[in-house]
Design a binder for this molecule. Structure first.
Ligand code: IMP
Length: 467
């Protein structure tokens, strides 16, 4: 089923968030909903995010640019809440332009975005390497420098997009910042880090910037100035443009990155990312008032996955052939878009979803990858946990307590028929509908959309978020 533009109420805005640990399939939904929107907005995270889109059978991966860019005429905004690696943005623009997608006239970047520079990635990687050496639990970061960049923002020392407009000021701030970072890198004995061993840094080698464990001013400065020239025409007062667009009756779509359980406050702290991924941050991270967020769509996989370290109560063995976890990993092709790492897989956790529903104020759910469960004999649905001898029905806060949670499961029958590509609810296998109804009952959130394959058109619409 497809959405027609005329279906949208003018001025109505939608926020899309991940309700688990990211990788719920937000990219496809954002792209699909963009048919009803005139603007798509990123409001947090950075190029740690990754969306795979399949359009006319062709796969495209985007990390920073809202996936709405694939729709001609739609404006895309990178809000102040995003930490921006300008080089990565320009690379993505280049890739899209090579595929004949016009980007520059439609992309607006907030001048208040903190910049991610090579030393952020260097510190991120050096810290993880130091943890590994010490035998302490790694966060399993994407190595993109996200954490250090947000630290700079909160510590009020960040270089922001607007600093690129003033080369002298930029150079002075950069020198100060580098002194700080190089002290940190020395303390971590970063000389020992073999940057080329970090697989996901092969495409952005740090060796060009780091000599003897210390980040060099000249290459960082030169690159930033080159990038500034190209970025300049896209720098904008995004807050003002969004408010103007809203007043003119535009429909805006706010595209969350990562997922609720990776939220810096509400996630499985400290195994989280460094931004607020919850829906409320769509306002602060883009410069609109919270009253403009009219509908919150929570994207949730029909099972659970997680990349990186940290507790995961319903995790299964996903490496042994023939097990349900292996089925999810292989049929669901569960590999990270950004880092290529295998994703851990497990049963659907309705008690976790309750937490997500609460902290996001979800209006409706979108279930993705339902078809991946086709062929499993039975399904386990986590409805609560046993924690220190007591029964709890919602995911507790923080990693320590979550680590001690023993899931309580309900067993539901699986289905042998295929749900892949189904576009009408009544055509879903009977037991698939039963599974979905039980998820609604336990979480208390209605299912409004179901995605039955990566294809844009394989989507069941039960209620239109823009109506
Ligand atoms: P960081 O965001 O690179 O600092 O990584 C912190 C944690 O968030 C790690 O467990 C990452 O694997 C995870 N993470 C960050 N971005 C994503 C994403 O887009 N999808 C899934 N996990 C992510």
């Amino acid at each position: 089923m497809t959405i027609s533009k005329s279906a949208a109420i003018p001025g109505r805005n939608v926020v899309v968030v991940g309700t688990q640990w990211g990788d719920e399939g937000k990219g496809k939904l954002v792209d699909w909903l963009t048919e009803s929107a005139q603007g798509v907005v990123r409001f947090q995270g950075g190029h740690n995010a990754g969306h795979t889109l399949v359009i006319n059978g062709v796969k495209t991966a985007l990390h920073l640019i809202p996936s709405g860019i694939m729709r001609p005429g739609v404006k895309c905004y990178v809000g102040n809440g995003v930490v921006l690696a300008v080089g990565k943005l320009l690379e993505e623009i280049g890739g899209l332009e090579a595929a004949r997608v016009e980007v520059r006239s439609r992309l607006r970047v907030s001048e208040a975005c903190p910049l991610i520079l090579p030393f952020h990635a260097a510190l991120d990687v050096a810290r993880e390497a130091a943890k590994e050496k010490a035998g302490t639990a790694k966060i399993g970061t994407t190595g993109r420098g996200i954490g250090p960049a947000y630290e700079d923002k909160v510590a009020r020392r960040a270089l922001r997009v607007q600093d690129l407009k003033y080369p002298e000021r930029f150079a002075a701030k950069l020198r100060e910042l580098l002194a700080y970072y190089n002290t940190q890198l020395r303390a971590l004995d970063a000389r020992q880090v073999d940057w080329s061993l970090v697989p996901w840094l092969r495409d952005q080698p740090l060796s060009a910037f780091v000599v003897d464990g210390q980040v060099q001013f000249d290459p960082v400065h030169e690159q930033a100035m080159r990038h500034a020239e190209q970025l300049r025409p896209m720098i904008a007062d995004v807050s003002r443009e969004l408010n103007d667009a809203h007043r003119a009756g535009a429909n805006l779509l706010f595209e969350g990155a990562q997922g609720t359980l990776l939220d810096i406050d509400h996630g499985t702290y400290p195994f989280v990312t460094s931004s607020n991924c919850v829906a409320g941050n769509a306002a602060a991270g883009s410069g609109v008032g919270p009253g403009l967020l009219h509908y919150v769509l929570g994207i949730t996989k029909a099972y659970c996955t997680r990349v990186g370290g940290g507790p995961f109560p319903t995790e299964l063995d996903w490496e042994t052939e023939g097990t349900p976890g292996w089925h999810m990993a292989t049929v669901g092709a569960e590999k990270g878009v950004t880092t290529g790492r295998a994703r851990r897989c497990g049963w659907f956790d309705a008690a976790l979803l309750k937490r997500s529903a609460q902290v996001n104020g979800l209006t409706g759910l979108c279930i993705t990858k339902l078809d991946v469960l086709d062929g499993l004999n039975e399904l386990q649905l986590c409805v609560g946990y046993e924690l220190d001898g007591e029964r709890v029905d919602i995911l507790p806060m923080g990693a320590d307590e979550i680590e001690r949670c023993q899931p309580i499961y309900e067993t539901l029958p699986g289905w042998s028929e295929t749900s892949a590509g189904v576009t009408r609810y009544e055509d879903l296998p009977h037991n698939a509908r039963r599974y979905l109804s039980r998820i609604e009952e336990v979480t208390g959130v209605p299912i409004h959309v179901i995605s039955t394959s990566p294809d844009r058109d394989h989507t069941i619409l039960l209620q239109h978020p823009f109506q």
